[in-house]
Design a protein around this ligand. Structure first.
Ligand code: NAD
Ligand code: DAU
Length: 343
């Protein structure tokens, strides 16, 4: 049985990914190393907590001694690095923790894996979960132009710059040492367990509480939305079939303006559009993201299964059914963590 180190497995995508693997009944042992920042929540993995093929470790990916201890203890075959500070607005407020976790944390994982695998990389894999934000922004009016794997890296926010730095370091370990890396770059995800600081869960939460819905700038920025389970499926496809040393873009071919999503959510909840409140634009706000996912489709035969029209309703229903989850994540520890790390 293979053993995989999944970092950041208690966050939004990581927890969906671990649940996805257990649903598929894969013959693997998973160690989830998560620091449980404000964004990580062990509740997300309650259903599999006591599964014999799962072990949770609370800790920091920057902690070299801990990562070494875990490699010695579990002899990992692969690493999938989800752990990150992931919210653009917070990176504008305080870039330092983004540089520490996203750059230094990734380097720590790479260095320990490289030392531990001792140049014998047969059947070993290090998958870096990256983002389409490394490519910067696209022209608004030319729908034929999308991000390909060859698009120049041109990040604008401290978040995307930290993810780009990590990508460059990960890529350099392949170029220099033939260390067995893979990189995936996905567009915006939506679905259950997303922290309600991100657009879709924030709008659902505020609308349900009749609070103003903050729309940055003119609200006509475009994102390319993908249901989180499709992202998980693409990641697993790349892990199993991807060519070592390569980058794979992942996207839903589903470009929507922010304001359109907000209106759809309001209509679904039968709430008034008067809650929409235009506010000051995000600094350095990227105008449009859109992924050209033809490489993963052609080479690995992957394409998304879910449709936005169906899954946005499912997602809203999940937040309606899990109001306690929302209440818990935005209180208590969350506020304490913000106090110590963001002030
Ligand atoms: P998230 O913020 O919901 O979760 C991040 C997780 O990492 C949390 O559980 C947190 O506790 C953990 N973590 C943070 N710092 C850590 C540290 N130092 N050591 C160990 N664990 C730590 O983020 P997400 O939205 O699930 O994103 C996961 C990954 O996917 C990130 O690398 C992000 O850049 C990438 N990504 C996200 C999206 C998206 O739309 N959310 C799209 C493309 C790529
Ligand atoms: O593209 C992938 C990226 O998607 C990931 O790498 C990031 O981790 C993830 O957070 C996400 O980044 P975005 O900045 O695109 O997501 P966010 O949900 O923060 O914002 C989506 C859009 O909505 C963006 O144009 C900003 C806008 N927005 C966001 C918030 C939170 C608003 O207008 N109002 C808001 O209150």
């Amino acid at each position: 049985m293979k053993t995989i180190l999944v970092t950041g497995g208690s966050g939004f995508i990581g927890s969906n990914f671990i649940q996805y693997l257990f649903k598929k009944n894969e013959e693997i042992f998973i160690v989830n190393l998560d620091y449980l920042t404000y964004a990580g929540n062990p509740e997300n993995l309650k259903p599999i907590e006591s599964n014999k093929k799962y072990k949770f470790i609370q800790g920091d990916i920057c902690n070299q001694e801990l990562v070494e201890f875990l490699f010695n203890e579990y002899n990992f075959d692969s690493v999938i690095n989800f752990a990150a500070e992931s919210h653009v607005d917070r990176s504008i407020h305080n870039p330092n923790i983004f540089i520490k976790t996203n750059v230094m944390g990734t380097a720590t994982l790479l260095n320990v894996a490289k030392r531990f695998w001792k140049n014998n990389y047969k059947n070993k894999k290090f998958l870096q979960i990256s983002t389409d934000e490394v490519y910067g922004t696209l022209p608004e009016n030319d729908k034929n132009v999308k991000f390909t794997e060859q698009t120049k890296l041109q990040p604008h926010s401290p978040y995307s710059a930290s993810k780009t730095s990590a990508d460059c370091i990960v890529q350099s370990y392949f170029d220099t040492f033939k260390f067995p890396i893979l990189i995936t770059r996905c567009s915006n995800n939506y679905g259950p367990y997303q922290f309600p600081e991100k657009l879709i869960p924030l709008i659902i939460h505020n609308a349900l509480n009749n609070k103003p819905l903050p729309i940055y700038g003119d609200g006509k920025q475009v994102r390319d939305w993908l249901y989180v389970e499709d992202h998980c499926d693409a990641i697993w496809t790349v892990m199993n079939k991807g060519n070592i040393g390569e980058v794979y873009n992942i996207g839903g071919n589903n470009e929507i303006q922010n304001i359109e999503i907000v209106k759809q959510i309001l209509d679904y909840l039968e709430k008034s559009h008067s809650l929409i409140t235009y506010v000051k634009d995000r600094l350095g706000h990227d105008r449009r993201y859109a992924i050209d996912a033809s490489k993963i489709k052609k080479e690995l035969d992957w394409s998304p299964k879910y449709k936005f029209e169906d899954m946005i309703g499912e997602t809203i229903n999940w937040y309606l059914d899990n109001s306690n989850w929302v209440k818990n994540v935005i209180s208590g520890d969350y506020l304490k963590w913000i106090d110590t790390n963001y002030k």
